[in-house]
Design a protein around this ligand. Structure first.
Ligand SMILES: Nc1nc2c(ncn2[C@@H]2O[C@H](COP(=O)(O)OP(=O)(O)OP(=O)(O)O)[C@@H](O)[C@H]2O)c(=O)[nH]1
Ligand SMILES: [Mg+2]
Length: 229
């Protein structure tokens, strides 16, 4: 019996088209083989479709968070997680959950505390719109410049990290949480970290984030975070 525990936190807002595929892609038997039991938390962010019902049916625990927002949902999941290691992914079947054992083995064997993933390494046309690609490039370039971090993909939502680092991170944002957790872990908290290339698949269902408004908000957040933590 595995003696350590891994918690997968999946924020979900109206993802009935992708949630089952996402949860069922989690390779619990392989995760067990590398020494971890699996806890799957789907944070239901006030969905008005069948997301919560389908998540529970596919074997996840559903954590309700009625107050909307990507960061609010993730932070609720972190508070409910009791794994030694936490993995995050969207509920839209885009991130390669089958890679969890490989990523956790990198975390353990390289004695890291935080892994972020790079979707641009093998990106195929359909997986990301041109608008998101350009927006991500601008945001990643700005984050590299302001924080001297060699991170290619500042908006990737798949991270693998030790739960204990959360006590050293000041996570105060909502929509920009993806860039904020990287800045906090890799720059301010000086964790041992690495960016690892992954495959990224086209989305099931409609996008919830993205757009120029989110992009501009994230850019402003980067500047504010630089001026005042
Ligand atoms: N935007 C948004 N996303 C939420 C919220 N709550 C939970 N989520 C989930 O957060 C994840 C990220 O949103 P996505 O729409 O996939 O954003 P994205 O991956 O940057 O953009 P796409 O590539 O277009 O999918 C999804 O699993 C959403 O269901 C919320 O209040 N707002
Ligand atoms: Mg997504």
């Amino acid at each position: 019996m595995a003696d350590r525990k891994l918690t997968i936190v999946i924020p979900a807002l109206n993802e009935e088209l992708g949630i089952e595929k996402t949860v069922r892609a989690i390779p619990t038997a392989e995760i067990d083989k590398i020494g971890y039991r699996t806890q799957i938390l789907v944070v239901d962010n006030g969905s008005d479709d069948r997301t919560a019902e389908l998540a529970a049916r596919s074997g996840a625990e559903v954590v309700p968070e009625p107050s909307r927002g990507y960061g609010t949902a993730l932070k609720k999941g972190f508070a409910a997680a009791d794994g030694d290691v936490i993995v995050t992914a969207d509920a839209d079947a885009t991130y390669p959950l089958e890679d969890i054992p490989r990523l956790v083995q990198i975390l353990d064997s390289a004695n890291l505390e935080f892994i972020t993933t790079n979707r641009f390494a093998f990106l195929q046309g359909a997986a990301m719109s041109n608008r998101n690609r350009i927006g991500n490039a601008i945001l990643s370039w700005t984050m590299r410049l302001l924080f001297r971090l060699r991170i290619e993909d500042s908006q990737s939502g798949m991270w693998v990290f030790r739960r204990e680092i959360l006590q050293n991170l000041k996570l105060t944002s909502n929509t920009p949480l993806s860039q904020e957790i990287k800045i906090e872990a890799c720059h301010f908290a000086r964790c041992r970290w690495r960016e690892v290339p992954i495959l990224y698949h086209p989305r099931s269902g409609k996008a919830k984030l993205g757009g120029w408004k989110v992009g501009t908000g994230n850019l402003i957040h980067l500047v504010k975070k630089r001026l005042c933590r």
